[in-house]
Each structure stands twice: as structure tokens, then as C-alpha cells.
Design a protein around this ligand. Structure first.
Ligand code: HEC
Length: 125
């Protein structure tokens, strides 16, 4: 190490700093996603609401359904998801399965679910 030229040392240090900053950025990104609570209005990333796990048994873990009878939710427009959930809840759109699921949802639940599923990557990007 003592035989290294000064210029060599500097560029090694710069490389180390660069690697350090890059790995920080990679590790910080998922954390930012997890920390977003979806209510600050600034962030485009909405954390998974608790109620979403109920939906995934039918609509698939990432909102992409494995069953031809059950629609994908991932990547669908949030206002559309919201209006359909409200329609199931008030009975203007009829489906036995969905009716049971949305009965207990509040407007806040519906809004969070709509934003959450709309941001997930769709099946056909
Ligand atoms: C028991 C299975 C089941 C569960 C659980 C379920 N869904 Fe559904 N969902 C369906 C089926 C089946 C349809 C298609 C209804 C139809 O044909 O009108 C549907 C339709 C929808 C639609 C309309 C999609 C479209 O493209 O028009 C939305 C939005 C939706 N579900 C959201 C949810 C959300 C949010 C949850 C969790 C709170 C949920 N679903 C839980 C079975 C389920």
C-alpha cells in the first residue's frame, strides 16, 4: 500500500465513496416505499393497506389474478377501482363475492385500496 502513488489512492477512495453512495441509494429505496403511509399526498407510492390481503386471495398476491373469472386489479386506474368498489358497496353493481368483501369497507379503505392496486405493475405492461 505504501508504494501506491497519490493519484491511485485518490481514485480508489473516490471509487469506494461512489460504491458506498450507490449501495445506500439501493438500500434506501425499498425503505422509502415501506415508510410511505399513502396519506401525505406528495408520495406516489402507497403502502399496502391492511385490507388488501383480503383481496389478494381472489385477485392474486400482486393484484394479478390466476383465475379467468376474477379480474386483475394491478395497474387499473385508481378512480375506476374506487367507483367500482363504491358500486359494489351500494349495490348498483351486483356480484355476490364482491358484495361480501366491500360491505365493511369505509371510504378511506376504498380510497387506499384503489391507490394501492393502481400503482402495482400490471400484467401486460
Ligand atoms: C371471493 C373472491 C374475491 C375477493 C376476496 C375480492 N374480490 Fe374483487 N372481484 C371478485 C370477482 C369474482 C369480481 C368480478 C365481479 C363481476 O364479474 O362483476 C371482482 C371484481 C372486482 C373489481 C371490479 C374490477 C373491474 O375490472 O371492474 C374490483 C375493483 C375489485 N373486485 C376489488 C376488490 C378489492 C379491493 C378486494 C379486497 C377488499 C376484493 N376485490 C376482494 C372476487 C373477489
Amino acid at each position: 500500500m505504501r508504494t501506491d502513488g497519490v493519484g491511485m489512492k485518490n481514485s480508489n477512495r473516490r471509487l469506494l465513496i461512489w460504491l458506498f453512495l450507490t449501495s445506500m441509494a439501493i438500500f434506501a429505496a425499498p425503505q422509502a416505499l415501506a415508510m410511505s403511509d399513502g396519506t401525505d399526498g406528495k408520495s406516489k407510492e402507497f403502502a399496502q393497506p391492511e385490507t388488501a390481503s383480503r383481496c389478494m386471495s381472489c385477485h392474486g398476491p400482486g393484484g394479478i389474478s390466476q383465475n379467468p373469472e376474477w379480474p386483475n386489479l394491478a395497474g387499473q386506474k385508481a378512480p375506476y377501482l374506487r367507483s367500482q368498489l363504491q358500486a359494489f358497496r351500494d349495490g348498483s353493481r351486483k356480484n355476490g363475492m364482491m358484495q361480501n368483501v366491500v360491505n365493511g369497507l369505509t371510504d378511506t379503505d376504498i380510497s387506499q385500496l384503489s391507490h394501492y392496486f393502481s400503482q402495482l405493475p400490471s400484467a401486460n405492461p
